[in-house]
Every structure is written in C-alpha cells, then in structure tokens.
Write a protein that binds this ligand. Structure first.
Ligand SMILES: [Cu+2]
Length: 144
C-alpha cells in the first residue's frame, strides 16, 4: 500500500504538468494584418487542450484539416470552443466568415508526422483566399 501511494504521488504531478490548456484569441487585427488568430501557430503536446476565445466579436473557430483520427471541432460565432488533442500531427482551422481573408491557424501536436499531406493542403487552400494570400504559407513555415 505504501508503495502504491508513493507511485501515485510521483505520477500525479507529472500528469498535471503534461496536460496543459492553451488559449488562442480571435482578433480583428494583429501584426500580420486584419482578422487573425493569436497565436496563429501553436505547438503543443499530445493530450493538451486549446481553448479558442472570442476576444473580438464576429469570429469562430472551425477545424479544416486534421491527421487521420485526430480531433475536429466547429465553434459557433462569438462563442468559446475547446478541443483536446490526443493524436499527434498538424491541424489547421479557420474562422468561417473570414476564411476568404485567410483567418486561419495551425496547431502542431508533437511531431509533424503528417507534414507532407499538410503542406499539400496549404497549397490548395492558398488558392481560395481573396486577400492575405501567402499568410497561411508563412504560418506553415513554422511547422518543423
Ligand atoms: Cu473571423
């Protein structure tokens, strides 16, 4: 019994450190221009949660690219939405009303094991933006 308690006391702090919650703000503007997520590129660990916060009004977060079996989500306008990432790889999301303005973001969970597929997706998606062309690609350069 004493041994079990000792093991538990060693494990519990490790779990609380490992599963972190991160925050991504939805903003009308930032250093990269109008309509942005901040941070637009975020690297987290497997098991972490990301909360998308409607800091400015008129935005949401909707997943648009996930690794096979990875999380997907669709938040409502002006509402916070959270997603937990149990599968490693690169994920992308957009703000539905501002998708055409390249209001997009990237979450890298652990290793970028699906990087090749992701980069192809970025190229395709870049063709859909009316303004802020190249923004998604610039974000994607941070995926290592
Ligand atoms: Cu938006």
């Amino acid at each position: 019994m004493k041994k079990v308690l000792l093991i538990l006391s060693l494990l519990l702090p490790a779990f609380s450190i490992m599963a972190a919650e991160h925050e991504v703000k939805m903003l009308n503007g930032g250093p990269e221009g109008a309509m942005v997520f901040s941070p637009a590129y975020l690297k987290i660990n497997v098991g972490d949660t990301v909360k998308f916060v409607p800091t400015d009004i008129g935005h949401n977060s909707e997943s648009i690219f996930s690794p096979d079996g990875g999380a997907s989500w669709k938040g409502e306008l002006n509402k916070p939405v959270s997603a937990t990432f149990d599968k490693e790889g690169v994920y992308a999301y957009q703000c539905t009303p501002h998708a055409i303005m390249a209001m997009v973001g990237i979450i890298q969970v652990g290793d970028a094991s699906n990087k090749d597929d992701f980069m192809k997706y970025v190229d395709t998606k870049e063709g859909e933006f009316a303004i802020n062309k190249g923004r998604f690609k610039t974000y994607a350069e941070q995926v290592k």
